[in-house]
Design a protein around this ligand. Structure first.
Ligand code: GLP
Length: 239
């Protein structure tokens, strides 16, 4: 979190603000809480400047959910970040889950990000099956923003936001591709909990593979990996 806050401080100071890449999920909640605490302790002019120039693009959104739906990632971002920093919805970009044609919306979202200059700093969580964003296995490193069908494992993993029922989790989502993610200037992957220890080891130490989409992060020159003790238990050099 310190590094992300330092990145934001530098961007404000230099008045050069590239879009941020935002992630959702339970892992990110304590991170956003700590980040808000830090940012709201900044001197008022610096914080005001940050609020003015904030622009972020989220990784993904469920197909079929509107921002008004409390289970949408748009609602998550508003609750976790937007309302605390008083950001307007257009400063927190997400794919429109209710677009009539999700494929068209995916292309629009990808090109809006491109037009905004691509991602500066990308935050990432890790799915239990090795996904980043909703790039489900198999995903190629050149995959672009698109509509994806979620694996059963992902719908089970994310069921808690849907009353615990995987069947209530939408079957499809729009996600930025690995292509857009890997084009970020720097990437911060945050992984916590024993349940992710083995997939994290695979992603970081096994050869890159479409079957473990996060493994393609090995190809990026500026990836920071933030873990707790449980998540790094299978990393021989760190445990
Ligand atoms: C979700 C999101 C990912 C997130 C991941 C981990 O499906 N699409 O961006 O990183 O799953 O979620 P959690 O932190 O709740 O384990």
């Amino acid at each position: 979190m310190d590094q992300v806050a330092a990145y934001l401080a530098k961007a404000v100071e230099r008045e050069s603000f590239k879009p941020l890449g935002m992630a959702t999920g339970r892992t990110m909640e304590p991170f956003y809480e700590a980040l808000i605490q830090r940012l709201t302790s900044w001197p008022a002019p610096q914080l005001e400047q940050l609020k003015r120039c904030w622009l972020s693009f989220n990784l993904d959104e469920y197909v079929g959910l509107s921002p008004g739906d409390s289970r949408s990632f748009a609602a998550y971002m508003e609750a976790q970040l937007g309302c605390h920093l008083e950001l307007s919805p257009c400063q927190l970009q997400l794919p429109d889950g209710t677009a009539k044609d999700p494929g068209v919306e995916a292309r629009r979202y990808g090109s809006a990000l491109h037009q905004a200059g691509g991602i500066g700093l990308q935050l990432l969580g890790l799915g239990g099956n090795g996904h980043v964003g909703f790039n489900e296995p198999p995903s190629q490193p050149n995959s672009c923003c698109r509509v994806v069908t979620l694996q059963r494992a992902t719908r089970i993993q994310n069921a808690s936001a849907f009353g615990g029922s995987p069947d209530e989790v939408p079957e499809q989502a729009i996600t930025l591709g690995l292509n857009e993610i890997l084009a970020a200037e720097e990437i911060h992957l945050i992984v916590t909990g024993a349940a992710k220890a083995e997939i994290l080891r695979t992603a970081l130490l096994d050869p890159c593979s479409d079957e473990v989409p996060a493994s393609w992060l090995q190809r990026h020159s500026r990836v920071h990996v933030w873990v707790d003790d449980a998540a790094c238990a299978h990393l021989p050099l760190l445990s």
